[in-house]
Design a protein around this ligand. Sequence first.
Ligand code: MMA
Ligand code: CA
Length: 306
Amino acid sequence: MDVMENDGDSESIYMNVEDAEKISYQSEIYNNILLSTTNENLGSAGAGERRKVNLSNMAAVCLGFLCVLLLAVITVLCIKHNNEMLQMQSSNDNMTTERDRLLISNNIMTVERDRLQSRYIIINNEKEQLWNQNTKLISERNQLQISYNALRAERDALQNKLANQVGCPVGWMRFSTSCYLVSSSTNTWEQSRQNCRNAGADLVIINSREEQEYVSKLGKNVWIGLTDDLVEGQWKWVDNTPVGTGYWGINEPNNGGHRFSNEDCAQVVVTNPVTSNWNDIHCNNYIHYLCEKRDSVQHSIPSPIH
Ligand code: MMA
Ligand code: CA
């Protein structure tokens, strides 16, 4: 029986069934007694009385049957009710368990949510810090870029300067196989030449078109190492080589242009065209001068004599 398998309340149900059986049994005994009593009475009663007794016997039997039926119905209903109660109890237990589980889960989730919220705030702060740092770094990088460009320009300028000075004394400039120095002060041709010689050089001797261009671009009118002081009209370089055609200005050399003038020393006039800017003037003029110090070992094929 299902009822026997249940605990707790099942016992009371079992008791109810037993009680019902007992009652049924007792009512049967009662009927028998009633019947036997009636039968006893029948002996002394008439036919009408016997019918009455039969009817009441039948009523008693019916009543007994109804009682039994009622008991059976009550028993079934009790069992059913009990089953439903058990199911509800079980369902309630399940729901309680589920609720507890959900409560625990909810607590865990709440804790996790709070943890994540804190983490979010921290990360957000970190993000802002990194953003600021990034902005700062970008600005620093830009400044460094500017400094770098400036330094590079400075380096290039110094490298050029150095390249221009390779193998030359400080302050002298390299061009091809010579070093050059434009004087900072002015002097006569003769004194200028002496100053150059004192520095281990001499007044410049222009041997090529390139050198003529170089001298012309130095930006100052200067004495060059060219004179006709020995023989008027015979222009010679300071190394005694003759000048050839040279780069005289228009109508130069003119020795001053009048009878008593005496222009025996040559200058470069930088405001005139590069290929025609030589002029002869009086050697006692005070102008800047250009010294040339040739490399002791000549790196190039010697220029042809002009
Ligand atoms: C003029 C011209 C030259 C001469 C100088 C002297 C400015 O140039 O006549 O040939 O040598 O004057 O100062
Ligand atoms: Ca002249």
